[in-house]
Design a protein around this ligand. Structure first.
Ligand SMILES: [Zn+2]
Length: 305
């Protein structure tokens, strides 16, 4: 009997490492992809993100240490939709790692799994400085997309490490359950504020707003990636006054000068929300990211009816 128990227990231990006893070495461009990969990869992967959660993912300064991570990676998971185009392609190239080159088996673009908003219908406007030419790359801020991405990553892990396929699928099922439970609470907490109008600094909350029923009426940036201009700011303040919009949501890495002056002029409030896991020390996983932002928003809505 003891032998059977041991065999079962040991079987579980054995199943948590790859055939060669080596963990899948996973690198992600951002902390959000790392958080989702960690949920489904568990103990079978080692994970590292290149960008930190408090950095603007459009503009990450390349460091030599990133190259070392990429050289050793079995799998690179990116957000895609050109979010990382300003900094990641040279790193991939210089890594000389054939596994993670674009199109190789170890390169995974997570945008293929997500529902993408703001896909331009006209000509692509990157030439005008717009950093969202293929649609909104901040799609992880909808929990339904988080679920889709996690499922896609679990399938990828299973295909790269078939011996542990059941482990990854079980981890995904567990994540899915916990996300459903958390999502029901987030939806209930946000329900009284459905239809509320907000302004965001960057166009990074389309998916969040879509999921929770918020109405983003304008942006501090005239176009994604283009710094505020006086004429656009005056226009935006007029719009906020007409629409009685009091909440300005700003990522922590943007200059507060313009949003603060907009808040003063319109009697509104600046909410410094977190766009990514790791934006603050205590926001250590995908669940805590929504917990944190929803609590902040509710406070802002309640004090600015
Ligand atoms: Zn963006």
């Amino acid at each position: 009997m003891a032998a059977i128990v041991c065999a079962l227990a040991c079987g579980i231990v054995a199943a948590s490492s790859t055939a060669a006893g080596k963990k899948l070495n996973v690198v992600t461009s951002t902390t959000d992809m790392a958080a989702l990969a960690q949920e489904v990869g568990g103990d079978n992967i080692s994970i590292d993100s290149i960008a930190r959660g408090y950095q603007d993912p459009h503009f990450v300064e390349a460091k030599p240490s990133f190259l070392l991570k990429l050289k050793q990676a079995d799998l690179l998971i990116v957000v895609g939709l050109q979010l990382e185009i300003g900094w990641l392609p040279p790193l991939i190239n210089q890594s000389g790692n054939p596994r993670v080159q674009v199109g190789a088996a170890g390169y995974l673009d997570a945008s293929q799994f997500a529902d993408i908003l703001d896909v331009p219908t006209g000509p692509v406007t990157r030439a005008m400085g717009d950093v969202h030419p293929l649609g909104n790359p901040h799609y992880w801020l909808d929990p339904d997309n988080g679920r889709r991405i996690a499922r896609g990553i679990a399938n990828k892990f299973a295909s790269m490490d078939p011996q542990n396929a059941a482990y990854y699928q079980q981890r995904f099922q567990d994540f899915d359950k916990r996300l459903t439970a958390a999502g029901q609470k987030w939806d209930a907490d946000m329900k009284p504020f459905r239809g509320r109008k907000v302004v965001t600094y960057h166009n990074s909350l389309s998916n969040f707003a879509h999921h929770f029923g918020l109405n983003v009426i304008g942006y501090v940036e005239p176009r994604p990636g283009i710094p505020p201009t006086p004429s656009h700011t005056i226009e935006l303040m007029g719009l906020m006054k007409r629409e009685n919009c009091k909440v300005i949501m700003v990522e922590p890495y943007f200059d507060r000068k313009t949003p603060d002056s907009i808040a003063r002029e319109t009697g509104g409030v600046v909410v410094e929300y977190l766009p990514s896991v790791g934006g603050e020390k205590q926001v250590t996983d995908y669940f805590k990211l929504f917990d944190y932002d929803i609590a902040l928003l509710i406070k802002a809505f309640q004090s600015n009816p």
